[in-house]
Design a protein around this ligand. Structure first.
Ligand code: SF4
Ligand code: SF4
Length: 394
């Protein structure tokens, strides 16, 4: 590799950040494993999921899969869509919250850049050192604003049915939410957490895709909601070593718990993949149940994993914790004056949604390395200390 002194210096803060993340995972005792731990939940053939059956999609009036869901949604909420009320119908605080939410959503909703054209293969950057290049891509992701970045191979089972994603590799970009927002859940302020995260992630991933195209390789960014949605992000992130599968259907990472959002860039740039990880999330969720207990919509199951699916919005072939997505999104619209999305009470009450500092890391270490009884005490302590309640704040 030619002399890259300037580049190494310019990105040194991000190299340090990556090293600190790696040290921290080691200190917590997070294990790298050969196979993703979601495999324990697979019971049958896994078919590629039809995006038209995804819960938000089912509410669209022209979706042929969604007729029954739309009827139940209308009967329960009185509305035919999740559209917010006009500002004039909101009190001052709710108007401010809704206006903030709308302002943060615009970028995620309306900014749809196409990636810049790819240099011809003859002019590609030499990538003899895959490890160095992978490190560079991760540092650039952090430079663009990601808090973590991991790499995996694209498993075609996790590409929506009928969609072609020809690239071999995926970079998963991760950012976390501000706890002060989701602590207010459900409210117009907690509802901010996903739009602001998705707008930031869109900037990060579209810039990262452009950067890779500039090196002479094809790349595309993929959203979780919106027009550019092609991948099931949860299993992709588990494959990449972001975290493990949880009771509420999310990915739980050792750094942020479930308090994070993800987006991906896929590419044919040859990269070194990260290993999936294991740190006892299944065992912790088995004794915890905070998200199930405090979800205002009763959308998250208690008890052990079950056979599914619960509805058209679930993929069959698993014995896992199936979230009732219909109850969740219906709850989001039952009081539009106060909220238009729950904004993740399940995130707020998860014991892993804590800042990364020595105190909480000690608790994390204990949660990872202790038997079920100690984990139960930790959950009990979390409930008492943080005064968990199902009550909705007025
Ligand atoms: S977002 Fe809110 S309603 Fe939906 S599952 Fe989480 S806690 Fe329940
Ligand atoms: S709240 Fe408890 S059960 Fe739910 S995801 Fe977090 S750790 Fe698992």
């Amino acid at each position: 590799m030619a002399n890259m002194g300037n580049l190494e210096h310019a990105l040194l803060p991000y190299e340090k950040k990556l090293r600190a993340q790696e040290r921290r995972r080691k200190m917590l005792g997070v294990r790298k494993v050969a196979r993703p731990t979601y495999e324990r939940y697979i019971t049958g053939p896994v078919e590629r999921f039809d995006r038209g059956k995804e819960a938000f999609e089912l509410l669209k009036p022209d979706n042929p899969f969604g007729e029954e869901v739309r009827q139940r949604f209308k009967a329960r909420t009185g509305y035919t869509s999740r559209d917010p009320l006009p500002y004039s119908e909101l009190g001052p605080e709710d108007r401010i919250g809704q206006s903030l939410r709308d302002a943060t959503y615009r970028l995620a909703n309306e900014y749809r850049p196409t990636t810049q054209s790819v240099t011809s293969p003859s002019g590609r950057l030499d990538v003899a050192d895959k490890a160095w290049l992978t490190r560079l891509v991760k540092k650039v992701a952090l430079f663009f604003g990601a808090e973590m970045a991991f790499v995996t191979r694209v498993d075609q089972r996790w590409v929506y049915k009928g969609i072609a994603v020809p690239h071999q590799y995926a970079i998963i970009a991760v950012i976390s939410h501000a706890p002060s927002l989701f602590d207010t859940s459900p409210s117009h302020f907690s509802g901010l957490i996903s739009p602001i995260a998705y707008s930031r992630l869109k900037l990060i991933t579209s810039q990262l895709a452009d950067f890779i195209c500039g090196l002479g390789y094809d790349a595309a960014y993929h959203e979780v909601v919106g027009a550019n949605t092609h991948l099931l992000m949860v299993p992709m992130a588990i494959d990449a070593g972001v975290g493990e599968f949880t009771r509420n259907g999310r990915v739980l990472s050792p750094e942020f718990g479930i308090n994070m959002r993800l987006m991906a860039v896929t590419t044919d740039l040859p990269l070194e993949v990260d290993s999936p990880i294991a740190f006892g999330v299944h065992e912790f969720c088995s004794v915890c149940e905070n998200c199930a207990t405090y979800c205002p919509a009763n959308a998250i199951p208690s008890g052990p994993p079950t056979e599914g699916p619960l509805g058209i919005y679930n993929n069959p072939g698993f014995r896992k914790w199936y979230e009732n997505a219909e109850r969740c999104i219906t709850f989001w619209s039952i009081n539009k004056k106060k909220w238009t999305s729950c904004g993740g009470k399940c995130i707020a009450v998860c014991p892993w949604s804590k800042p990364t500092n020595p105190l909480h890391d000690t608790v994390r270490w204990t949660a990872i390395h202790s038997p079920a009884l100690v984990r139960k005490w930790l959950v009990w302590g979390d409930r008492v200390l943080y005064r968990r309640t199902k009550k909705i704040k007025k």
